[in-house]
Design a protein around this ligand. Structure first.
Ligand SMILES: [Zn+2]
Length: 505
């Protein structure tokens, strides 16, 4: 079995490196297209039927709980994901091409590029205009994007079902991807119940005060406008972003560039993606953090998030096998990313590294608490909806209405059935985010116990994170990590406490 695993590792790493390098070059604007099919062809051995059979056999033969089982599970999960990605590569290329060229047309003849629609809607201060733009956006999504997405999800399910590893698609994901979907779904349903009253009360206050609208009328585009909150932009200038983050990382005893292994790319370049991203091209030796600072709170949040990913990948022990450096439970790396981006909800951190102070800081924090609750409730509803979508018990014609109903009930903002397929994370990635959310709040609690409230400037906390957590890659699942580090399971309780503290000011 060791020989079979070694063969998969030897084929897998160069494939992942080439894929990741291509994604980095496109995102950073160095090249305009990505030859996905060429990469799959060059690494056909990595994704051959023999490779899949070897991973399946290793997974079935290994004793549950053993290191071999852990490795085989990660390698099998990767085989399946890569196969599904290959099977849907053409659809994905069509989807990307559609996104780059689609146009939202308004009744009055105006045309907005689809990629700008989100920003235009968030920035529209005239509500009628906002609703009109969002309706036009939804119409084009339902007509053109939804069919592509629906087909893609069906293909992904086919790839997994063909393996016959479990009685259903959801069972297969639970078994192979180490994502306890059903238990997490139950936690989500409970979280929605537990925070229902708080959510309704906050929503009613904030809607009346900020947008002067009746909560019964609130639509998803109103939520975008609320989240935009331009009044805080001045406290988060573009020029201060990278220096502030570098200073904080230095104060917690971490090298912001992991001694040259993280390359920050802040240059202006045509074709460079507007949103920051992290591309691990070789783990841990070469990690790119690509950003185009434009300022504002969401820009700061994004850099902190991507810095968390970059620090994780660049500090993984080089001697760990391929699967624990590159694969595994992404709830872990998302948890580290969120541990850093949640400093944007940390009073002491904001006071030290940004221009916020006094009453403005209090207002910002209350707003952050409201957004945190809305986002969490949105993701809980998304996961529950996606479980239904992929569960097979809901007929296709009922899916759009079910989506709108669940998301509207959870967030208090009216969602449109038009987005039922566009607003779905492939392979239950929403579940990874939810676990990451839980993990970061548990980690923040542990860090506070060991290194005080301002652990993020304690020179011992960074090395502790690096040596105990980042170094281990994703060998453990998020749940295992929570029990090792904090001696408790993942749940929503500490998140509820954190939100209550934020909204009470
Ligand atoms: Zn992330």
């Amino acid at each position: 079995m060791t020989a079979a695993l070694d063969r998969l590792r030897g084929l897998g790493e160069p494939f992942m490196e080439e894929l990741s390098r291509a994604q980095w070059l496109v995102g950073a604007g160095y090249t305009s297209d990505i030859d996905l099919r060429g990469i799959y062809a060059a690494h056909a051995d990595a994704l051959s039927d023999e490779s899949l059979a070897a991973a399946l056999e290793a997974f079935r033969d290994a004793a549950p709980g053993s290191e071999e089982h852990r490795s085989a599970r990660a390698l099998l999960d990767w085989q399946i994901e890569a196969r599904a990605a290959r099977a849907t590569a053409q659809l994905e290329e069509r989807e990307l091409a559609w996104e780059a060229t689609a146009t939202v047309r308004l009744d009055d003849g105006r045309a907005i590029p689809y990629q700008r629609a989100h920003i235009e809607i968030s920035n529209a201060t005239d509500r009628a205009e906002r609703l009109k733009m969002d309706a036009a956006r939804g119409a084009v999504v339902a007509r053109e994007l939804a069919p592509l997405r629906r087909e893609r999800f069906a293909r992904e399910r086919e790839v997994v079902d063909a393996l016959d590893v479990a009685p259903s698609y959801i069972d297969a994901i639970e078994t192979i991807s180490a994502l306890p979907l059903r238990a997490l779904g139950e936690q989500c349903a409970r979280f929605l119940r537990d925070t229902e009253a708080m959510s309704r009360e906050l929503l009613s206050t904030i809607l009346k005060r900020q947008l002067a609208i009746d909560p019964a009328d609130a639509a998803r585009s109103d939520a975008l406008a609320l989240a935009r909150a331009p009044e805080f932009d001045a406290a988060f200038p573009a020029a201060d972003l990278q220096p502030a983050v570098a200073r904080q990382l230095g104060e917690m005893g971490l090298a912001p560039d992991a001694n040259g292994r993280i390359v920050y790319d802040t240059a202006e370049r045509e074709g460079k993606r507007a949103r920051a991203f992290c591309a691990p091209v070789r783990i841990p030796e070469e990690v790119h953090l690509v950003l185009r600072p434009h300022g504002g709170a969401s820009d700061w949040t994004t850099l902190l998030h991507e810095a968390g990913h970059a620090l994780h990948f660049a500090n993984v022990r080089p001697e760990l096998p391929f699967e624990h450096r590159w694969l595994g439970d992404n709830s872990v790396t998302e948890g580290y990313a969120m541990l850093f981006d949640h400093r944007m909800q940390d009073k002491g951190w904001l006071r030290r590294y940004t221009g916020l102070a006094g009453a403005e800081l209090s207002r910002f924090l209350r707003r952050a608490g409201f957004e945190e609750l809305r986002f969490l409730r949105r993701y809980c509803a998304k996961l529950l909806y996606e479980l239904d979508l992929h569960g097979g018990a809901v007929s296709e014609s009922d899916v759009p209405a079910l989506y709108a109903e669940r998301l509207t009930a959870a967030t208090g903002f009216r969602y449109s059935p038009d987005d039922a397929y566009a607003d779905v994370d492939p392979r239950f990635y929403a579940g990874r985010y939810l676990q990451a959310w839980q993990l970061q709040s548990i980690l923040a609690g542990t860090l506070t116990e060991s290194f005080d409230e301002d652990w993020w400037r304690n020179p011992r906390s960074g090395p502790w994170l690096r040596d105990n957590l980042f170094a281990e890659g994703q060998r453990e699942t998020a749940g295992e990590l929570a029990s090792r580090v904090a001696g408790r399971p993942l749940d929503f309780a500490p998140l509820i406490t954190a939100i209550e503290r934020l909204v009470e000011g």
